[in-house]
Design a binder for this molecule. Structure first.
Ligand SMILES: [Zn+2]
Ligand SMILES: [Zn+2]
Length: 174
């Protein structure tokens, strides 16, 4: 049996038991939590993760991205000190991964690993700003168009009056 890949195929970093926990998707492909979080933050479909290798979709667990199943095969290759996987909170709106609580069983890790990790700005927020901009723009067009519309209707009415007047004069002259 071949040993599993012990590094993430996206970022090539070694899997670990904190932010680079190996998470297995429904298609059986494994990536680190950080990469999945980065993908999810930029995704327009926050409820699902699309595998970058085979394009298959994995719905996210109700309790969030960190609750995706760990790859137990990869975990079994970790040294004993790394067998405990940290509880991570994923705050998509802020684009942050955060260690929920540091267990007393592995206190050494807090000195080497930051307890929060930025994973980028959410796509949803950027999209929201874009939509607002669009709304402002269309409002501007409406405001600009209103006087033009009025002017158009006024000139149409004026032309009608002129045409009617000419017609009446022509009829009278006959
Ligand atoms: Zn990765
Ligand atoms: Zn896949």
């Amino acid at each position: 049996e071949n040993p599993p890949d012990l590094e993430c195929a996206i970022c090539f970093c070694q899997f670990n038991n904190v932010f680079n926990t190996p998470k297995v998707l429904q298609c059986k492909h494994t990536f680190c939590l950080e990469c999945l979080a980065r993908m999810n933050v930029k995704s327009t479909q926050p409820d699902t993760i699309q595998c970058p290798l085979c394009r298959a979709y994995t719905p996210l667990p109700n309790l969030g991205l960190p609750k995706l199943a760990n790859d137990s095969t990869v975990l079994s290759y970790f040294p004993a000190a790394m067998q405990h996987v940290y509880s991570i909170r994923f705050n998509r709106n802020k684009g942050k991964l955060q260690v929920k609580r540091v267990p007393s069983s592995a206190p050494a890790l807090t000195q080497t690993v930051s307890q929060t990790l930025d994973v980028g700005n959410p796509a949803g927020l950027e999209g929201h700003q874009g939509r607002d901009g669009g709304r402002e723009r269309s409002l501007l067009i409406t405001v600009l168009r209103t006087p033009l519309c009025k002017a158009f209707i006024m000139s149409l009415v004026a032309i009608l009056i002129v045409v009617l007047t000419i017609t009446i004069i022509l009829i009278k002259n006959k």
